[in-house]
Design a protein around this ligand. Structure first.
Ligand code: PEP
Ligand code: MG
Length: 587
């Protein structure tokens, strides 16, 4: 049966493929592809964990006191039976060997398949055994966490064979795959960056959640906030992701498929047309030169940045170097190598390296989410996190200072909110320099900048300008904190409004203040890559935009058609309005 699920459009384009269900919301597990050579060990990992659980349950059974309730013994029997069930074991083995899923992913995928069969059972008693099965799987997963698993999963290179999978009753074909998940952490998304997925769907998340941002950086269609998609879509269902409309169509009819196939071809023709602008300088009709920079998550993204025609990196989100490593942080040397790689990758163009922005919807590891505090976005995040662990912070600063020997580095601090914090931050930078002096290690000159992403910072922009060489406006957070809307919460996504007059006035004021002071100012939030905002930002006086490499050419096209001088007057009327959106859509 064909049906549609509505969510939020986060990465444009059309993807058509078979669903891979990645996450069971009750059990957060890591998902990655293994190499074919690891299949044997991965199967062994599940088996060892399973055997340990069996032994544990048998011991419990033996130790049961004679007066224990009869139900308890019966429950242990059921759990032991489920644990040793062939459907579970064989299914898991096949997901590992045929699709190269890691052990945890294979187990939760098979679990999902079986529990759906339980859901369809007439017999209420059997239906209720679903919860037992979930408990058993959870036990295995818990043991697996204690059994060696690679810290940094290997790059994804799935070789898709043609298995028949118990429970599916159908052969996989060499079809494109789309990932459907309850939630994906930003680190998960990064792992999938070099994978085969043609698109992503998640149940939760807002448009500027970090998971959505990484999806957009991958330049493949994605829909987030699709509520119960991971429950409604079944493993291997055909789905269409309409990344422009934020709609997912499940089991599309041939006519729908044909229509979307046509639209997909249109999108690729448009991209081809835009690619001709790659070497065209970004200059407005009235001769204003505009700087177009790239946002990256890893040094290897520099290749895409150059391909997209970026004049440099305007935001290197270094926290992605720290994520998904089971708490083992990259040390100074490892970080130095990564920053150096980015600088060399950009071939002499400047690289803006932002210090770690961890916290809120960017946990270091998944476990952190479960233990998260009440208001993580208002908690120990970004620069606050760094200042709370000065040793770690200075290791990062030293690594950046050392890398600056290899190319122009613009150091950037996230989420500063006042002068006290600025002073503490700059003091750490001085200490980091003197530590390198003491060690006799060479380091380079830096430009030093602050992100403006808290209303307090925007309101104090003139004070900020006394301390910094340049500013970068993080509109994703500036919108979140100005409007008190959690950017990662799909329940309030409709209220997340980058065109809110309060937001626009803060942005315009920061740009004007930096321009007056003769200092650089850029926007590096998602707004910079949104073609609907290009003219307004030009009208506010912005001359530097940083975005995902895939968005650069479309923004350049807008710039080539704009007359910056004339836009100034128009932008003023937008700013004076209580309903800027109405003027923008009319103007
Ligand atoms: C922002 O807040 O706009 C920004 C660029 O930083 P991040 O999205 O990484 O929080
Ligand atoms: Mg931010």
């Amino acid at each position: 049966m064909t049906f549609a699920i509505h969510g939020l459009a986060v990465a444009p384009g059309i993807a058509i493929g078979r669903a891979v269900i990645a996450v069971n919301s009750r059990m957060e597990v890591v998902h990655y592809f293994i190499e074919p050579t690891q299949v044997h060990d991965e199967i062994k990992r599940v088996r060892r964990a399973r055997d340990t659980v069996v032994e544990e349950l048998k011991r419990m059974q033996e130790d049961l006191p004679a007066d224990a309730p009869h139900e308890l013994a019966a429950l242990l029997d059921v759990h032991l039976m489920l644990l040793q069930d062939e459907l579970l074991e064989n299914g898991v083995k096949r997901w590992i060997s045929d699709r190269l899923y890691n052990a945890e992913w294979a187990l939760t995928t098979q679990l999902e398949l079986i529990t759906r069969q339980f859901d369809e059972m007439e017999d209420e008693y059997l239906r209720e055994r679903k919860a037992d099965l979930e408990q058993v799987a959870e036990r295995i997963l818990r043991y697996m966490r204690g059994v060696a698993s690679p810290v940094a999963p290997p790059p994804a290179s799935p070789r898709r064979a043609q298995p028949t999978l118990t429970g599916l009753g159908e052969e996989f074909a060499e079809d494109p795959l789309v990932l459907v998940a309850n939630d994906l952490s930003p680190a998960d998304m990064l792992q999938f960056k070099s994978s085969v997925f043609a698109g992503f769907i998640t149940d939760v998340g807002g448009k500027t959640s970090h998971t959505a941002i990484v999806a957009r950086s991958m330049d493949i269609p994605a829909v987030v906030g699709a509520r119960s998609a991971s429950q409604l879509v079944r493993q291997d269902d055909w789905v269409v992701i309409d990344g422009d409309a934020g709609v997912v169509i499940v089991n599309p009819s041939p006519i729908i498929l044909e229509e979307y196939g046509f639209r997909r071809r249109q999108v690729s023709l448009e991209r081809e047309r835009l690619s001709r602008l790659r070497h065209t300088p970004a200059v407005t009709l009235d001769g204003q030169s505009i700087e177009l920079l790239a946002n990256i998550e890893r040094p290897s993204d520099c290749e895409a940045a150059l391909r997209g025609g970026a004049a440099g990196v305007g935001l290197f989100r270094t926290e992605f170097l720290f994520m998904g490593r089971a708490g083992i942080m990259p040390d100074e040397d490892e970080q130095y190598q990564s920053y150096r790689e980015a600088l060399e990758g950009m071939k002499g163009a400047p690289v803006t390296i932002r210090t770690i922005d961890i916290g809120a919807d960017k946990p270091l590891d998944k476990g952190q989410r479960e233990n998260s505090v009440l208001n993580p976005a208002l908690g120990l995040r970004a620069i606050r996190w760094s200042l709370a662990d000065a040793v770690m912070f200075r290791a990062q600063l030293r690594a950046i200072l050392r890398a600056a020997v290899h190319g122009p580095v613009h150091l950037l601090f996230p989420m500063l909110s006042g002068v006290g914090e600025i002073r503490q931050t700059l003091a750490q930078l001085d200490i980091a320099r003197s530590e390198l002096d003491t060690r006799g290690v060479p380091y380079g000159e830096l430009k030093i900048g602050a992100m403006i992403e808290v209303p307090a910072a925007a309101l104090m922009v003139r004070s900020f300008l006394k301390y910094f060489d340049y500013l970068s406006i993080g509109t994703n957070d500036l919108v979140q904190y100005t409007l008190a809307i959690d950017r990662a919460d799909e329940a309030v996504a409709h209220l997340y409004d980058p065109m809110h007059p309060a937001v626009l006035r803060l942005i315009a004021d920061v740009i004007a203040a930096a321009n007056e002071a003769g200092k650089g100012v850029s926007v590096c939030g998602e707004m910079a890559g949104d073609v609907a905002m290009t003219k307004l930002l030009l009208g506010f006086g912005l001359r530097s935009f940083s975005m995902h490499p895939a968005q650069i050419l479309a923004v350049k096209q807008e710039i080539l058609r704009a007359d910056a001088g004339r836009l100034t007057e128009w932008a003023r009327t937008v700013l004076d309005s209580d309903e800027p959106e109405a003027i923008c859509s009319g103007g």
